[in-house]
Structure formats: structure tokens, C-alpha cells
Design a protein around this ligand. Structure first.
Ligand code: NAG
Ligand code: NAG
Ligand code: NAG
Ligand code: NAG
Ligand code: NAG
Ligand code: NAG
Ligand code: CA
Ligand code: CA
Length: 580
């Protein structure tokens, strides 16, 4: 008992710090640098382009930008294949440009979060080249294995086992310099690092420190559940075959042909993530800033939750892909509530939730849900407790662009070798450049042609038009971002109600502060919404934000028992005038 008390006191002291945990209720805006803003007319977005637009992002009200990788890379996977973690890709700019971006961001009060891609480097990384040459320092930096003799062809060694790359076909590639195969869970140009090597783990911590020294506010960590492969020591030094999934219609080249029990979610992963958290925490006092760490792991919920860590070994905020993946334009209020409750129920107490509407790998929000649901989904992600992640263009309701087979750049699509069905696996449509205005290339670039073609609706769907309009997705988004600053939304209790098949209401309640409630009508037709069953709401409410399909304007007072909501209207209401 006594020991337990001491433990509690120690835990309280450890967490009692005057540094504000800014990311508890933050809006993190994901920038895909290649497609955000091109400052020098080569058709490719760059760092100076981002710097030019920071003031506008500040005006929108976001807290932080997370930039997809802008490090030195041969771009086989558009920056997720990093040749040097400590250099900037020349097509995106220089280290001086990065420092300038940081300076401008600091001045404006925007935090900068970087993408950390620890599972693999590029095959053009010096580490990999030296590893292939068996340089003593780097020899064990990657996953190397001997091939299997082919009984039919004595001159040929088959890959060591049946493992398949996420981007299809064998996950092993022969390297003639070394005379062995190396593992690549992603493209051939992305060799997996060997996390069983202590030197690799230390090296990768130093990469974090390098950027923390430059003042970044944290990291988003890529593909973290792929870090470790099974320990070959348990299998006589070999990497065992993975079992067949039996999934229908899958060929031995398809990733889903196998069950990935030896290449994902290995138990050793979590400690490495907690170690990274500890590296970030080295800077809390030094910078008087709590650093953010978000992890990407597409896996089952119980495993996802492990990334949060516990009181002695704090971890990260794992991305909520249930919210992203389980909902669609066929989901209505009850399913939405169920998906929200799922995360809130499984999340360890006291941790920070997060709501992800999209990213550079998913069809855009407006294409997945339909343009009519853009306001509702943006509102939901902002009004729920925790971190909101917005992928560039979601605030405008940008849709997927059309990219022909000839223009296709994504390796995931190119690897299909299928000029008819390639688009089903292509991530290019969600990566077409941002729509700033209705001028040439949507104001993204002055180049004759851009790295991916522009989506063809930019003349109507663009930021300038939405800023000028009396109502727009952008204006609504901005209003709800402002609402996210209210104390009830920052730290209040959550009450989610499916009032009927079509109406979802999300209330945020904090004693002593105005109540905030987001309401959406997912039907095509008008509904008179009655919030009477939400007993803690006052009788009179005021409209704080009004989506493009709503008739009640900002500032209007409404009675909670009869709120007129046209089809697809999303409204934020508060008790702001009833508080005293
Ligand atoms: C650290 O930041 C907090 C706000 O996040 C501020 O209140 C405090 O004064 C700062 N402390 C120092 C030593 O600057
Ligand atoms: C890296 O891999 C790519 C295939 O993705 C290949 O074309 C290239 O030659 C490789 N480079 C080196 C240095 O091995
Ligand atoms: C936290 O997790 C670690 C394993 O990472 C474990 O050793 C420790 O006992 C846990 N602490 C608590 C308080 O559950
Ligand atoms: C609903 O989603 C499907 C699949 O993403 C899409 O094909 C369809 O166009 C969407 N419907 C609307 C109305 O956007
Ligand atoms: C609800 O409000 C509408 C429009 O303001 C009005 O026409 C209707 O009579 C009201 N219904 C009730 C039950 O008060
Ligand atoms: C959402 C996301 O960041 N996806 C990335 C996951 O990692 C692979 C390999 O690094 C990338 O190709 C994806 O874009
Ligand atoms: Ca450029
Ligand atoms: Ca790995």
C-alpha cells in the first residue's frame, strides 16, 4: 500500500510540469509538399512555396503543419524513400529554405511537425550502399538473407521466402554487390532497416535529435508496425514463409495473398516507439514545449492502442484509422456514433484522441463521402475531443483529380502494369496539386505542366472563390476551427447522440463554460431537429457556424426543440449568450 502511494506521487510529479501540452486539442494540417505550392515554376511544390502560404494558414487558425517527407530522395515513392535523413531534397529547396520556413512559422506561431520514415531508407542511401559492400559499421543495417537454391536452375537463387511487398510481388530483391537478397516491405528502392541492430536504433534516435535541435515540434511516424520482422534466431537463422490467407481472387503477387504474422506488429515494436517518445521528452524543458508524436499503424484496434503506452512508458498518439476506414457515404448517424464510441472506449483513460478524415494515400474526403458531406465531416473531426488532422484541400472539399495511365506516377499503380485498372490502386488522384485560385494551374505553379495534372474542376473549386463567397466549405471550416478554441471543445465532456437515422449531435460540456453542440442532417430533405432529449443543453442556443446547405445564419438564436436543418446542413450551436 505504502509503495503504491509512493508510486502515485512519483507519477504525479513526473506529469506536473508547467509546459502546456498544446497538442491536446490541436488542428494539424497535413501538407504534401510536392503538391502544395510551387515557388519557382518547375511544376513541383517546394519549401519556399509552403513558407509563402504560412500566413494564410495562420489566418485559417490551424496550430501545426505536418509536412510529408521533404528529405533527400530519388523519389521512387515520392519522398517516402529517404536517401539522407539530414538533407533536403533539392527539388524542394535547401536547408536554408527549411530554416527560413521554421523562422516564419515560429514568428506566426505555427508549429512544424515532420514526417519520420523509420522502416526503410532509399536504396541510394549511403548506409545501404555501404551495407551492400559489407562495410563493418553498416553491414547489419538492413535485412539481408541468402536466396534459396532453385532445383530446376542451379545458377539461380530464388528469394529467401514467400514474403510479398505491400506494392505487390516479392519483398526480396537480389543485390549483386553483396551477393544476397535484401528485404523491402514497400518498393524495391525502399530497403527495410534492421531494428534488431542496436546501432540502427541509436542512429535513428539521432535523426530525431537532429531535427529537434532545429526546433521542430514533433513527428508523425510512418508505417510503424512494419519496423520489426520475426527474429530469425527462432527459426535456425532463416526467415520463415508466411501462411497463405486463402483470400479470394488474390494471386501470389498480391499482398493480401498471405497472412503477415512475421512482418508486422511484432512485440518488439512498442519499446522502440516508447524510446522515441523519451527522446522527444529530452526537449520538453529545453524548448519549454511538449513535442507531439503521432504514429501510423494500419492494424487491429487492440494493437493500435498499445502505441499510447502507459504511465511509466508513455508513447504516441496512434492515428485513428477506424474513423477513416470504417465510415463511408453509406454510414448514417448510428454508425458514426458507434465508430466514435469505439475509439473513445478503447483509448486508455486520459489519452488524446484524434480524428483523421484523409491523407495522401486515400481518396479525398469529398470523393469518398460526396461533396454534400464535406461540412459535416469537417465539423465532426473538429468538434470531437483531441487532435483534428486535415489533409490539404479537405477544407475546400477538393475532389480526386483524373490522372491518365500515361501521367501515372504512383509506384503502387505503376506496379500493376495494367493500363485499364491501374486507377484502382493509384494514389495520384488524391495528390493532384492544391487549388489556390482559378488562374493557370490553379495558382499552384507557373510551369507549362505540373508533376501531376490539375484536377479539372479548379475553376470553380478553389480557395480564392471560397474566400470571396458569402458561404463556402472553407469559411465554415474556419469558423469551426475558431469554435475548437472554446474551453468546452478543448477539454469538455463528450456526449454523442444519434437522434434519428439521419441526425447526429455532438455536445461538448464543461461546467462554468458555454456548451457547444455540432449537429448534422445527413438526409437529402429538411428535418426539424429536436435536441430536447439532451437535458444539459439550455433552451436557447446561438448559431456559431453554418454550413453551405444551412438556412440559419451565424448569430441566429434558435430554440433547442425546433431547429430547421435543410438536407446536408451542418451547424455548430453554443449557449454563449446564456452563460450568466
Ligand atoms: C513555458 O510555456 C508556458 C506556456 O506554454 C508558459 O506559461 C511558461 O511561462 C513558459 N515557461 C518558461 C520558463 O518560459
Ligand atoms: C534502386 O532501386 C531502383 C528500383 O526501385 C533501381 O532502379 C535502382 O537502380 C536502384 N539503385 C541502386 C543504387 O541500387
Ligand atoms: C508499462 O509498460 C511497460 C512495458 O512497456 C511495462 O513494463 C510496465 O509494467 C507498464 N507499467 C504500468 C504501470 O502498467
Ligand atoms: C460514395 O462512395 C463511393 C465509393 O467511394 C463512390 O463511388 C460514390 O461516388 C460516392 N457517392 C457519392 C454521392 O459521392
Ligand atoms: C418549428 O419552426 C418552424 C420554422 O421556424 C415552424 O414553421 C414550425 O411551426 C415550428 N414547429 C414547432 C413544433 O414549433
Ligand atoms: C499515409 C502514409 O503516410 N502512407 C505512407 C506509408 O508508408 C509508405 C511507405 O513509406 C508510403 O508509400 C505511404 O505513402
Ligand atoms: Ca518548385
Ligand atoms: Ca521492417
Amino acid at each position: 500500500m505504502r509503495e503504491f502511494k509512493l508510486f502515485l506521487i512519483a507519477a504525479m510529479v513526473a506529469s506536473a510540469s508547467c509546459t502546456d501540452v498544446w497538442w491536446k486539442s490541436a488542428v494539424v494540417y497535413q501538407i504534401y509538399p510536392r503538391s502544395f505550392m510551387d515557388s519557382n515554376g518547375d511544376g513541383i511544390g517546394d519549401l519556399n512555396g509552403i513558407t509563402q502560404k504560412l500566413a494564410y494558414l495562420k489566418d485559417t487558425g490551424i496550430d501545426a503543419i505536418w509536412m510529408s517527407p521533404m528529405f533527400l530522395s530519388p523519389m521512387y515513392d515520392f519522398g517516402y524513400d529517404i536517401a539522407d535523413y539530414r538533407q533536403i531534397a533539392p527539388e524542394y529547396g535547401t536547408m536554408k529554405d527549411f530554416d527560413e520556413l521554421m523562422k516564419t512559422a515560429k514568428k506566426l506561431g505555427i508549429r512544424v511537425v515532420l514526417d519520420y520514415v523509420p522502416n526503410h531508407t532509399s536504396n541510394e542511401s549511403e548506409w545501404f550502399v555501404k551495407s551492400a559492400q559489407r562495410d563493418p559499421k553498416y553491414a547489419d543495417y538492413y535485412i539481408w538473407a541468402h536466396g534459396k537454391p532453385d532445383p530446376k536452375n542451379p545458377d539461380y537463387m530464388e528469394p529467401p521466402n514467400n514474403w510479398i511487398s505491400i506494392f505487390r510481388k516479392s519483398a526480396w530483391e537480389y543485390n549483386a554487390v553483396r551477393g544476397q537478397y535484401y528485404l523491402h516491405q514497400f518498393v524495391i528502392g525502399q530497403p527495410d532497416l534492421n531494428y534488431r541492430n542496436e546501432k540502427v536504433r541509436e542512429e535513428m534516435k539521432d535523426v530525431l535529435r537532429f531535427w529537434l535541435e532545429k526546433g521542430v515540434s514533433g513527428f508523425r511516424i510512418d508505417a510503424v508496425n512494419m519496423l520489426f520482422e520475426v527474429d530469425p534466431a527462432k527459426f535456425d537463422g532463416r526467415y520463415p514463409d508466411e501462411p497463405l490467407s486463402g483470400a479470394r481472387g488474390k494471386t501470389p503477387d498480391d499482398y493480401d495473398y498471405l497472412i503477415h504474422k512475421y512482418t508486422r506488429d511484432q512485440e518488439e515494436t512498442y519499446e522502440v516507439v516508447y524510446d522515441w517518445r523519451a527522446v522527444l521528452d529530452e526537449y520538453t524543458e529545453k524548448h519549454n514545449e511538449s513535442k507531439i508524436m503521432m504514429t501510423e499503424a494500419y492494424t487491429e484496434l487492440a494493437l493500435v492502442m498499445k502505441y499510447y503506452g502507459n504511465s511509466t512508458r508513455p508513447g504516441s498518439v496512434p492515428f485513428n484509422f477506424n474513423y477513416l476506414g470504417d465510415l463511408s457515404n453509406k454510414s448514417y448517424a448510428r454508425e458514426m456514433k458507434k465508430t466514435i464510441d469505439l475509439w473513445m472506449t478503447y483509448m486508455p483513460t486520459g489519452r488524446v484522441a484524434n480524428w483523421v478524415n484523409g491523407n495522401h494515400d486515400q481518396s479525398r474526403l469529398a470523393s469518398r463521402y460526396g461533396v454534400k458531406r464535406v461540412d459535416a465531416m469537417n465539423m465532426l473531426a473538429l468538434i470531437l475531443p483531441g487532435i483534428t488532422i486535415t489533409y490539404q484541400g479537405e477544407e475546400l472539399g477538393m475532389t480526386d483529380g483524373f490522372v491518365s495511365w500515361k501521367d501515372t506516377k504512383d509506384p503502387q499503380a505503376c506496379n500493376t502494369d495494367d493500363p485499364v485498372n491501374y486507377y484502382k490502386s493509384s494514389r495520384d488522384p488524391t495528390r493532384t496539386p492544391y487549388h489556390w485560385d482559378a488562374t493557370k494551374n490553379a495558382g499552384f505553379s507557373s510551369a507549362a505542366s505540373t508533376w501531376l495534372p490539375m484536377a479539372d474542376n479548379y475553376a470553380t473549386v478553389n480557395l480564392a472563390a471560397q474566400m470571396a463567397a458569402s458561404k463556402s466549405h472553407y469559411k465554415f471550416y474556419k469558423d469551426v476551427v475558431a469554435v475548437k478554441r472554446l474551453p468546452a471543445v478543448r477539454s469538455g465532456d463528450l456526449d454523442v447522440r444519434a437522434l434519428c437515422h439521419y441526425v447526429l449531435a455532438v455536445a461538448r460540456l464543461l461546467p462554468g463554460h458555454p456548451v457547444v453542440v455540432g449537429v448534422m442532417n445527413l438526409a437529402d430533405q429538411q428535418i426539424a431537429v429536436d435536441l430536447s432529449s439532451m437535458l444539459l443543453l439550455p433552451l436557447q442556443l446561438q448559431v456559431e457556424a453554418s454550413g453551405v446547405d444551412c438556412s440559419l445564419e451565424k448569430g441566429t438564436k434558435v430554440q433547442k426543440n425546433n431547429i430547421t436543418m435543410p438536407g446536408h446542413c451542418a451547424l455548430v450551436l453554443s449557449s454563449v449568450d446564456n452563460c450568466c
